[in-house]
Design a protein around this ligand. Structure first.
Ligand code: ZN
Length: 239
């Protein structure tokens, strides 16, 4: 076998090789430099990896949580009041174009999501379910409440219209999808229970329990992507 050339990429000296390896191990064990601080300007928090709290080498815990909730590390969600006028406008447009093929196909897409969703799951039973199960539960909830698919399409259109009016918009698909999913989440609502119990003194005791699933995480991404796929044919009108 011909002798191998000694270059920087091809270290044959065992001592030098050992030095390089231990150097590499040290770097993996103690991330430094670029990984120390959160990427979001001007946040000075340490990344979770740097603080030994997680594996994220780019963002701090606060901004990871922000991203899970809003679909963006920096841009907060639109408020319901901000979106409402766009939903009204979208619903009017849909009502006037309900016979167009693009609208009919999108309605059929939402109906497919409704049908595939299976039985609704009470909010109390959602913890521990997978994001896919939670996404189906959201669609099942809308089906059970007989929410008109046009209302669902109006959500998608409203977010799109709101984004177009926003000089500081976040152009990522993920932000758009999470914003729409948050509105769907709100429409699906929570689980509300009420018990009446007769007491010994003859009075009626009423117990109410309200549980709303938290609006964050993978489930929003899944619902948003499903809605986006259902609406792929939908032409968003110029305002
Ligand atoms: Zn941060």
């Amino acid at each position: 076998m011909p002798p191998r050339e000694r270059t920087d990429d091809n270290v044959t000296d065992p001592r030098q090789r050992q030095r390089r390896l231990s150097n590499l191990h040290a770097r993996i064990a103690n991330p430094v430099d670029a990984y120390e601080h959160c990427r979001v300007y001007p946040c000075t928090n340490g990344t979770t990896a740097d603080r030994g709290e997680g594996l994220n080498r780019l963002y701090c815990r606060k901004h990871i949580e922000f991203y899970r909730r809003h679909g963006s590390y920096v841009k907060r969600s639109y408020g319901a009041g901000e979106i409402r006028p766009y939903r009204v406008k979208a619903l009017q447009w849909l009502g006037a174009h309900v016979d167009e093929q693009s609208v009919r196909l999108s309605v059929a897409g939402v109906q497919r999501l409704y049908r595939a969703a299976g039985a609704p799951i009470e909010a109390f039973r959602l913890p521990g379910k997978t994001p896919a199960e939670r996404a189906r539960a959201m669609w099942a909830q809308l089906r059970m409440q007989k929410v008109d698919p046009l209302e669902v399409l109006a959500v998608w259109m409203a977010v799109d219209m709101r984004l177009r009016d926003d000089p500081q918009l976040d152009r990522h698909d993920e932000y758009r999808q999470v914003q729409a999913a948050k509105l769907i989440h709100r429409m699906a609502g929570g689980t509300h229970k009420r018990w009446e119990r007769g007491r010994a003194d003859g009075r009626i005791e009423i117990t109410e329990v309200h549980k709303h699933p938290v609006s964050r995480g993978q489930v929003l991404r899944m619902v948003g992507r499903e809605l986006s796929a259902a609406c792929v044919q939908l032409a968003i009108p110029d305002q």
